[in-house]
Design a protein around this ligand. Structure first.
Ligand SMILES: [Zn+2]
Ligand SMILES: [Zn+2]
Length: 166
């Protein structure tokens, strides 16, 4: 039996975390790893104590057919990356890697084009994380240097804000 790669090992764990996610539109799992230690985990779900999309029976973003990349505030969820980041101390995260997996909540299919939204990118940058590893298929993944997201700063101009982000 061939030994699983470290990336897929952590992505598998992120995918297990995703099973706790509560949005009816898309579900995400994230884990932050530094020096081969898992620092924290996060999945998308409503703020503690508030009703989740699954409890309401609908996600407002989905109900209103909001296109990708727009009106995140309509979904009740705190994103997976944000939850993982607020569960960790910056000291532990600096230079670390965040692993991210997304699935379509209805079909259960992996989101081959999953990526962090613009708000999460800002948090990933300020958390001091170095890399984002995103699952594309059960065995394939993409490694994004956070430096790329910092360099893409000019994407945040008004006419470009509505892009094909998750
Ligand atoms: Zn939702
Ligand atoms: Zn986000």
């Amino acid at each position: 039996m061939e030994r699983i790669s470290k990336e897929n090992y952590y992505l598998d764990i992120a995918e297990t975390v995703l099973e706790r996610a509560t949005c009816l539109r898309r579900v995400y799992g994230a884990i932050i790893v530094k020096n081969d230690e898992i620092i924290s985990t996060g999945y998308n779900g409503a703020p503690r104590g508030r009703a989740n999309c699954v409890d309401m029976g609908y996600c407002s973003r989905e109900a209103m057919k909001v296109p990708r990349g727009e009106r995140y505030e309509l979904c009740r969820s705190v994103h997976a990356e944000a939850n993982a980041i607020i569960s960790a101390s910056r000291r532990d995260m600096v230079g670390g890697t965040i692993y991210l997996v997304g699935r379509d909540a209805r079909t259960g299919e992996l989101l081959a084009d999953a990526t962090s939204c613009l708000m999460c990118r800002r948090m990933v940058i300020n958390a001091g994380l170095e890399k984002v590893v995103i699952r594309r298929t059960e065995t394939e993944f993409e490694t994004v240097p956070v430096a790329d997201w910092i360099a893409e700063d000019d994407l945040l101009t008004p006419e470009n804000v509505v892009m094909d982000l998750k």
